[in-house]
Every structure is written in C-alpha cells, then in structure tokens.
Design a protein around this ligand. Structure first.
Ligand code: HEC
Ligand code: HEC
Length: 159
C-alpha cells in the first residue's frame, strides 16, 4: 500500500512539473515585449486617424501616399527616411518606390469602388456629423478598424 501511494505521488509530481514546463514553453514562445510594441506604422500613421490596414490599398497606392507625405490631405505628415522605410516595409512597399517623387493625386481608401459599395446606404449627413467626422474615420463605426476588423457584428453606427 505504502509503495503504491509513493509511486502515485511521484507520478503526480512528474506530471505537474511537465504541465508547468509546457505552460512556460507556451508563454515563452510569444515574447510579450515584441507583441505589445506598436509598429512604426501604427505609431506614425495611427496618430491622426485609424492605422488603416495595409490590405485596403494596393502597394502602388501606398507608395504614392508615402511619397507625398509633405502634402498629405492638407497636412504635413513627413517622416525621416529611416522611419518612412520602416513604414513602407510594414505596408509591403519597396522603400525606394515609397520615396520616389510623384505628382499623382494621393489615393484614398474611401474612393475605392468596393468602399463606395459597402457604404452606399450611409447618408452624407451622417458622415458629416460630429460623431463620425468623415468616411475616413473608420473607427467611428468600426471599433476594431486598427485590427482590421470590419465584419457586420462589430459595426456600430453612432447616433
Ligand atoms: C498629422 C496628421 C496625419 C498623419 C501623421 C497621417 N495622416 Fe493620413 N490623413 C490625415 C488627414 C487630415 C487625412 C484626411 C482625412 C479626411 O479626409 O477626413 C488623412 C487621410 C489619409 C488617407 C486617406 C483616407 C481615405 O479617405 O481613404 C490615407 C490612406 C492616409 N491618410 C494614410 C496615412 C499614412 C500611411 C500615414 C503615415 C505615413 C498617415 N496617413 C499619417 C492626417 C494625417
Ligand atoms: C458612418 C459609419 C462608417 C464609417 C465611418 C466607416 N464604415 Fe465601413 N461599414 C459601415 C457599415 C454600416 C457597413 C455595412 C455593414 C454590413 O451591412 O455588412 C460597413 C462595411 C464595411 C466593410 C465590409 C465589411 C464586411 O465584412 O462586409 C469594410 C471592409 C469597411 N466597412 C471598411 C471601412 C473602412 C476601411 C472605413 C474607413 C476608411 C470605414 N469602413 C468607415 C459603417 C462605416
């Protein structure tokens, strides 16, 4: 009887240690500092508006946005070369292209065909309202816009 309980106890200890080790390994696999650190893109381009998810514009359009930051929709949003290169990489754009001079008009997400279709039932009056302040202010209606969450369940139109 004695030995059996003894063995069971050792069994229990071994399994507990294994569980603790596995839990530790799982936590260690995701370095918390890395995950929590905001990217250059989120920090610089999320300062004035939603950090628009990269997939919402084509790389060629992002390149124009990044090449024209000194005349960015009426504001100067210039970045130094190092930061702009980091932002470009996060948007999937070649940093060299993102700094090439261009006279092209700065593209908008809110003028893409799919955007107009998805939002054609929203009145201009609502978009102008103080609660929304323009179609470009995605977060007014999509709380998870920064995290690329736009599904029907997370839409909330402010009244
Ligand atoms: C100093 C403030 C400021 C910063 C910093 C800034 N923006 Fe903007 N951005 C604006 C303003 C103002 C608009 C126009 C918003 C509107 O029309 O309602 C705008 C609009 C945009 C649009 C078009 C939105 C639409 O209508 O579809 C894109 C794309 C954009 N910004 C990308 C960026 C990127 C990329 C960065 C970082 C490199 C950035 N912005 C940094 C102020 C800023
Ligand atoms: C005034 C509120 C409002 C604003 C501002 C707004 N949206 Fe929307 N958006 C909606 C509504 C309402 C729908 C339709 C939801 C539905 O019926 O599926 C929608 C749908 C979408 C969808 C399709 C979601 C899906 O899975 O069907 C995307 C993507 C989207 N919006 C992106 C954006 C982006 C990007 C911006 C900012 C540039 C933005 N929206 C600004 C209200 C808004």
């Amino acid at each position: 009887m004695r030995t059996r309980t003894g063995i069971r106890r050792i069994d229990w200890i071994v399994w507990s240690l294994a569980a603790v080790f596995l839990a530790y390994a799982a936590v260690a696999a995701v370095p918390p500092t890395e995950a929590a650190k905001p990217t250059a893109y989120a920090e610089e381009c999320g300062a004035c508006h939603t950090a628009y998810p990269a997939r919402l514009l084509r790389p060629a359009d992002w390149a124009v946005v990044l090449a024209t930051l000194d005349r960015h929709f009426g504001v100067d949003a210039s970045l130094n070369d190092t930061t702009r290169a980091a932002v470009a990489r996060q948007l999937g754009v070649d940093p060299a292209v993102a700094s090439a001079a261009t006279t092209k008009a700065v593209p908008r997400i809110t003028q893409q065909g799919w955007f107009r279709e998805e939002h054609d039932e929203i009145s201009a009056q609502l978009l102008r309202s103080p609660a929304v302040r323009g179609a470009a202010n995605c977060s007014a209606c999509h709380a998870g816009a920064d995290r690329d969450q736009f599904d029907d369940h997370s839409v909330r139109i402010p009244r």
